[in-house]
Design a protein around this ligand. Structure first.
Ligand code: FES
Length: 123
């Protein structure tokens, strides 16, 4: 099975750096994948329109964990507008390509992100 995953994906899955929840987050968002039942939450610290910190918690598969960890790293330092542009494909490329059947797992993070940013704008 490991052969299907890039080294970057396996490393992030085994030792993710961005797990957890930010206390007093400026925005939180959730997403669920109906096809597998996995869920993901993302929390963000935002200052002057820039994401300073991003963390995730998930009950998800290996690809979802690696993708969310990659996404959080990509988010830190980005403006809200830049963050909104990130796609599952971008995350997959950064990971060295996810196996095609696992592409939907990278979308879980971007959906939770969109939900968090929507909630942030409603504040
Ligand atoms: S199988 Fe559910 S997110 Fe990957």
């Amino acid at each position: 099975m490991d052969e299907e995953y890039s080294e970057e994906t396996i490393e992030r899955f085994q030792d993710p750096e961005y797990t957890g929840e930010i206390k007093e987050a400026d925005a939180t968002g959730k997403a669920g994948n109906p096809s597998c039942g996995d869920v993901l939450q993302i929390s963000l610290k935002i200052e002057n329109g820039v994401i300073k910190k991003a963390r995730f918690k998930t009950y998800g598969c290996m690809a979802a964990i690696a993708s969310s960890d990659e996404l959080c790293e990509m988010l830190e330092g980005k403006t809200i507008e830049e963050a909104e542009e990130i796609t599952g494909e971008d995350i997959s490329q950064e990971l060295g390509e996810l196996p095609p059947v696992k592409h939907h797992c990278s979308i879980l993070g971007t959906e939770a992100l969109q939900n968090a940013l929507e909630n942030y704008r409603k504040k």
